[in-house]
Design a protein around this ligand. Structure first.
Ligand SMILES: NC(=O)c1ccc[n+]([C@@H]2O[C@H](COP(=O)([O-])OP(=O)(O)OC[C@H]3O[C@@H](n4cnc5c(N)ncnc54)[C@H](OP(=O)(O)O)[C@@H]3O)[C@@H](O)[C@H]2O)c1
Length: 355
């Protein structure tokens, strides 16, 4: 396919980890081409300087300023936008770019990976994030879900639920939709250090994190209300999510264990069969008989699940790569859907295996 027939794609999030993963996926995508990447701190500098591993794909590409990004939008007919700016920045930034697009008659299809468009109302966002939403009138233009859980979209744009949320929703949505579990759900999750983004802070510093595991934000993490809202909107059932996240001594990957009481007696085989059936048409989700291992999915857009029961309660284990399925890969999967392409386009590379 020639360059002119690929859809021009704008990336927001400059030097961030998710932006880097988006660039990696765009470089291997048969229908997308990078049209520009905005950096707040490094406009004019080489992308390869921030991401040396991507120098082979983008040897000469330089970051755009906001003005250059607006000019790109104004001069392009149809632009895909993959947004990986920080929460609290993304809503107003996207609002501004959508206003430019509308003035210029440019069609934008946006997938936002930040938390800014995950809630349906601004007050709920403010109560969790402790600042006012940057563009409350745009909230109704976005739907928040993972692609596996929404067969058809009614909004122009999509909000990706995020990394921990992807691992949790993969377990929760089938269990709740099939009415298998009680409303109180307990999830323990462990994430790699790239989940905290590029700027180093004390809690993610290598000497502290290496060879150690510790919880943070136990029962008070901001992703819990987001996940409860998504489950309720998708299934019509309210759950109470009790979530304890942990930091793990590795760079990429998430392992989540979901536990709840069963509403009726089911065997392990029956639970696994129910999950397999729920995801039978979903190429990125595999339900295994054995405990899923993170290394089997890291570097890929695949998710592995397994389940077990003692007769009264169940445990579902899910593993994903936080940067791929939990962010950039899930976003490209949505973009494939927004353009009416096969959702797997550019995303079927297997896991690295030894990361
Ligand atoms: N890391 C994950 O596993 C993960 C998973 C799911 C969702 N997310 C979400 O995805 C987004 C990006 O995460 P990340 O881990 O890549 O974070 P990150 O490494 O901290 O990168 C965010 C980048 O945003 C850019 N930025 C900062 N201020 C900006 C502004 N005012 N306007 C435009 N760009 C600005 C910065 O790059 P420049 O200085 O070059 O502009 C920064 O490097 C966040 O909203 C995060 O919550 C992350």
């Amino acid at each position: 396919m020639t360059d002119s027939t690929r859809v021009p794609t704008l990336v927001l999030g400059g030097t961030g980890y998710v932006a880097g993963e988006l660039l990696r996926l765009i470089a291997g995508h048969p229908r997308l081409r990078l049209a520009g990447i905005l950096s707040d701190s490094k406009p004019g500098e080489r992308v390869a300087a921030a991401f040396p591993h991507l120098a082979v794909a983008y040897p000469h590409t330089t970051y755009l300023s906001l003005d250059e990004t607006e000019s790109l939008i104004a001069s392009t007919e149809d632009l895909a936008v993959l947004a990986a700016a920080p929460h609290g920045v993304s809503a107003a930034l996207l609002d501004r770019l959508l206003i430019v697009a509308s003035g210029a008659g440019t069609r934008l299809r946006v997938v936002d990976i930040s938390a800014d468009y995950r809630f349906t109302d601004a007050a709920a966002y403010q109560s969790v994030y402790k600042h006012a939403h940057g563009a409350p009138t745009r909230l109704s233009d976005f739907t928040c879900a993972i692609p596996e859980h929404l067969p058809s979209l009614t909004t122009a744009h999509v909000a990706h639920p995020g990394c921990f949320a992807t691992a949790m929703l993969l377990a929760l949505v089938p269990l709740v939709s099939l009415n298998l579990i009680d409303a109180d759900v307990f999830i323990s999750g462990i994430t790699g250090s790239t989940g905290s983004g590029r700027s180093p802070v004390e809690g993610t510093h290598h000497p502290r994190r290496h060879s150690d595991v510790y919880s943070y934000g136990a029962l008070g993490h901001r992703h819990a209300p987001e996940v409860m809202g998504i489950v309720q909107r998708l299934t019509g059932t309210a759950i109470r999510l009790h979530f304890v996240p942990h930091s793990g001594p590795f760079a990429r990957g998430i392992h989540a264990t979901t536990q709840a009481r069963l509403l009726r007696s089911l065997s392990t085989d029956e639970i696994r069969a129910a999950l397999s059936d729920f995801y039978k048409d979903q190429p990125f989700v595999r339900v295994l008989a054995e405990a899923p291992r993170m290394k089997d999915v890291v570097g890929s857009n695949y998710a592995h699940l397994s389940a077990t029961t003692d007769g009264t309660s169940l445990a579902v284990m899910s593993v994903i790569d936080n940067l791929t399925k939990g962010a950039a890969g899930g976003a490209v999967q949505w973009l494939n859907r927004l353009y009416g392409w096969d959702q797997t386009l550019g995303l079927t590379a297997p896991a690295v295996g030894w990361s």
